[in-house]
Design a protein around this ligand. Structure first.
Ligand SMILES: [Zn+2]
Length: 256
């Protein structure tokens, strides 16, 4: 799946980066801000700079007089504090920063990813800070919300197949990696009608997908459903039927 290799060669750090400067480079850097939640990851801003540490500090300060600093900084705060995302920055040394930045933005756009780069800038002397903050938060709500783009009918069969995921990208879903739904689906594809406890389910997904976060092991999200459920919940596309609390039966593949 080509899309997972997009960030080959990039270093990843949590934002804000802890002290210590990135290595010296004769040119500069291209960098990408990404949010991560429940195993999903997506980019939301691409930039380039000669001074990476200083630039990160600009975003951390998020001063209104600097349009990009404010927007990216506010997005980081909102995604992290209100949406419980982990925020990471991926960066790579570059001698052709503008060209690499352009190429990265183009590649992400063509994959259906929405970026803050698309916003036209404001003039801080006439703009309203409250309004601009609200706009950033609305943007974040859109990029974080799967259900806005993800209709149940689109995940009916074999969503873990790359071409299906590409299909979701065409629908505007910002995805760089397989989702937890894809992982649950794949791990239980050949176990129809068997029953598993919540812990067994987590272990089975983890076995198949070592990067799976057991903290996000919520089989009920793909069964009866609850707050924050997967779009498959309560539909015929759901992966499990809830037998009782903590016990689930895998539905036959053909029905999901
Ligand atoms: Zn699901």
């Amino acid at each position: 799946m080509a899309s997972t290799n997009r960030f080959d060669g990039f270093t990843v750090v949590d934002f804000p980066p802890s002290t210590g400067s990135p290595p010296e480079t004769p040119g500069g850097y291209v960098y990408v801000f990404c949010w991560i939640r429940d195993g999903d990851e997506s980019a939301f801003y691409v930039g380039q700079t000669k001074r990476l540490a200083g630039r990160m500090n600009d975003y951390y300060l998020a001063q209104f007089a600097a349009c990009t600093d404010f927007r990216v900084g506010e997005a980081v705060r909102y995604l992290r504090d209100s949406k419980k995302c982990r925020i990471v920055v991926r960066y790579k040394a570059s001698t052709e920063m503008r060209k690499d930045e352009y190429g990265l933005i183009r590649e992400l756009h063509l994959s259906g990813v929405r970026l803050m780069n698309d916003f036209s800038s404001y003039d801080y002397r006439t703009a309203d800070e409250t309004e601009e903050r609200a706009a950033v938060q609305r943007f974040c709500d859109v990029i974080i919300s799967k259900s806005e783009f993800w209709n149940v009918g689109e995940i009916g069969d074999h969503p873990s197949e790359p071409h299906k995921i590409e299909g979701l990208v065409d629908k505007g879903r910002s995805i760089l990696r397989v989702t937890n739904h894809d992982r649950f689906f794949e791990a239980f594809r050949e176990h129809a009608n068997l029953e598993y406890s919540t812990a067994e389910i987590g272990n089975k997904v983890k076995e198949r997908f070592p990067e799976f976060n057991l903290g996000s092991n919520r089989p009920n999200d793909h069964a009866q459903g609850n707050k924050g459920e997967c779009p498959c919940a309560r539909t015929d596309s759901r992966i499990f039927d809830k037998v009782k609390v903590g016990l689930y039966r895998v539905r036959p593949s053909s029905s999901r």
